[in-house]
Design a protein around this ligand. Structure first.
Ligand code: CDM
Ligand code: ATP
Length: 309
């Protein structure tokens, strides 16, 4: 007798983290327009949540709520929509999905919120559609969706190469205290890379992560990590949004261990020694008038994972 066909899950809840780049070295543009990177990502405790529910065959329906939802398209331009469509196409899946995205990561902030949505969607649809794909199998699809998407699946602390899509876990100890200062408005990633090209010159090849940064991560000592933070996109981001200069300068006044613009900006990440210091700095930044808001996070945290089925 044939096995009865069991219905799949009614809803799958997944979360995926935002990232900061502890180091971001950028080489000259490749013929395909992308820039070769040597980067170290760290996933931080600020999460996007995606709930995937069954829908009629072929249907991909998106609802977006939360932080900056009005700035995000709820159609096939959404990275989560593209993730579900790509997974369905590659696996020959005809079932549909209704996606509810709850955003906590500000849009166009350099924190890879859209990438986190895409990573969470790949995992959620894989479970909803009972495809049984693990992270390893989802990584190539993630890389097709965007340079930052594979890391959102992987999480932790990782070295990124290629255009950022090739990720390998890094040997890292400790948990770090960060304060993220969210600027008023966002920056377009392509525009920041363009300005980087205009400002030139690029550092000589090879584009390597410094031994100092890797050693600091191995030691787990935040005091050693602070001075190693570096981002080649910081200069173009500050050039496009000059008000960020004052924000970055606050690091000295408040004796942060380090400060760096995250990715293509405009979020500024301050590294501090303790939770108490982070709370103090969050309050100070929030009242400074130099940013929209500030938020205490820790890292590293896990990549995309299922919270419930
Ligand atoms: C700034 C970072 O967040 C650092 O991790 C990433 O490099 C950006 O990653 P992302 O937003 O996932 O970027 P993608 O969606 O892959 O690419 C968006 C655009 O950014 C530029 N881009 C991106 C990655 C890269 N290595 N070189 C680039 O020049 C290209 O103009 C590209 O068309
Ligand atoms: N699910 C999504 N969430 C946010 N933005 C999205 C999404 N799908 C598409 N987008 C578009 O992508 C643009 C950038 O999104 P995102 O918030 O991921 O930027 P970012 O954090 O600066 O990315 P990165 O750091 O990877 O460069 C937005 O302007 C938005 O219109």
């Amino acid at each position: 007798m044939a096995e009865p066909i069991l219905p799949g899950p009614l809803a799958v809840r997944v979360r995926a983290p935002a990232k900061i780049n502890l180091t971001l070295r950028v080489g000259p543009a490749r013929p395909d327009g992308f820039h070769p990177l040597a980067t170290v990502y760290q996933a931080v405790s600020l999460y996007e949540e995606v709930i995937a529910m069954p829908a009629e065959p072929g249907v991909i329906d998106i609802r977006v709520s939360g932080e900056g939802a009005d700035q995000v398209p709820a159609d096939d331009r959404n990275l989560a929509h593209r993730a579900a469509a790509l997974l369905a196409r590659r696996t020959g899946m005809s079932l549909g999905v209704r996606l509810s995205i709850n955003k906590s990561v500000p849009v166009a902030a350099g924190l890879a919120g859209g990438s986190a949505d895409a990573a969470a969607t790949l995992l959620a649809c894989s479970v909803l559609w009972e495809l049984d794909l693990d992270h390893e199998e989802l990584l190539p699809l993630a890389a097709e969706l965007g340079s930052d998407v594979p890391f959102a699946l992987l999480g932790g602390t990782a070295v990124g190469s290629g255009r950022g899509e090739a990720v390998a876990p890094a040997l890292a100890r400790g948990s770090y205290h960060w304060v993220l200062a969210f600027a008023d408005g966002g920056l377009s990633t392509p525009a920041v890379y363009r300005r980087y090209d205009e400002l030139g010159p690029t550092p000589p090849e090879p584009f390597e992560v410094s031994a100092g940064l890797m050693n600091a991560l191995r030691s787990g000592d935040a005091r050693r990590l602070g001075p190693e933070l570096i981002n080649d996109l910081q200069a173009p981001a500050l050039d496009l949004m000059p008000s960020l200069r004052k924000l970055v300068a606050l690091a000295e006044e408040y004796q942060a261990l380090g400060v760096v613009v995250s990715g293509s900006g405009p979020t500024v990440a301050f590294l501090v020694e303790s939770e108490a210091d982070a709370v103090d700095l969050t309050v100070a930044l929030s009242g400074s008038g130099l940013c929209r808001s500030a938020r205490y996070v820790t890292g590293p945290v896990q990549g995309a994972r299922v919270l419930g089925v």
